[in-house]
Design a protein around this ligand. Sequence first.
Ligand code: ACO
Length: 332
Amino acid sequence: MPRAAITSVGHYVPETVYPNSYFEQYLDTSDAWIVERTGIRERRFACNGATSDLIIPAARQCLERRGISAEDIDCIIVATVTPDYFFPSTAAVVQRKLGATRAWGFDLSAACSGFIYALVVAAKLVEAGFSRRLLLCGADKMSSIVNFDDRATAVLFGDGGGVVLLEPSDNPDVGVLDAVLYMNGEGGQYLYMPAGGSAKPPSLETVQNKEHYVFQEGRTVFKEAVIRMAEVTLQIMERNGLRAEDIAWLVPHQANLRIITATAERMGLSMDKVMVNIDRYGNTTAATIPLCLSEWYQAGKLDYGDRLILVSFGAGYTWGAVYLRWSLPKPD
Ligand code: ACO
């Protein structure tokens, strides 16, 4: 069975930057609080467009870097909690906008773990020979579901999109090598969007009660995230015989710098081996990990054969880790 290898990457963030000082103007918050408690200094918000519009420029960059066209893609998976519509899927919208006429595809919902979950599904499709050129997109327009009057959530999120191309590789030493995924539905009550789905369809009342926004019991989610991110990372290291010195990069979901630091500490990994861009983008949900991968690739900081651990924790609760060896040389 071939391995599924990442053969190209791309990313996109909106141009408009919202520094912490933006929230200081109208909320009871401060730059000092936000930086100290989260590590976030600024984020980007899309003034126009939908989640698919965050994906298209990232997808074009990804295809261009690989030197292929949209018609070469045979499958599109979009991980997101902010789809353009309930239906059709954002994957179908992306297919049309990109002109990927030969592709089938679907959306996958696992919140902040969306990219990790989708990467595992995508890798299995490629390993099984069911897809040969799979476009895996992680994107969220969090500004469309965040209550800008709620200081506890407004400052945390940002908009962005990241895309990777997965192809089969006959080299057994590179590509997606192992993964561990978990879910605990008991955590659903601490991080969710109360209305808009079939459990509570939209009504005048749900709008008035502001139930179409992210609800989060931050402290509860934080405690669980710290435990689970470290636990699953240590588990994947142990079962693959990996020591901290074997790992080139930890690629954590970017929800809170303190969660990231705690995970690295438990691994015995110094922070210069951890991808961090939360300071510039905030939590872009399904986009954080592919955004990191694309930025680090672009900066020439990823090399062929590098051992990476990708790890995330998010609503559901959902969490998991992927062990992969990087399959691209540094860019010219
Ligand atoms: N500015 C100033 N004060 C604030 C702000 C703010 N923006 N937000 C909250 N506070 C206040 C609170 O009201 C509280 O005040 P009180 O003590 O008087 O009640 C105080 O700060 C402490 O609040 P906590 O919620 O305990 O603050 P904490 O240190 O836990 O930080 C945060 C909050 C950043 C949300 C943190 O809990 C966190 O990162 N949680 C996990 C996030 C996460 O990983 N989510 C999963 C992924 S997201 C997804 O799946 C979509």
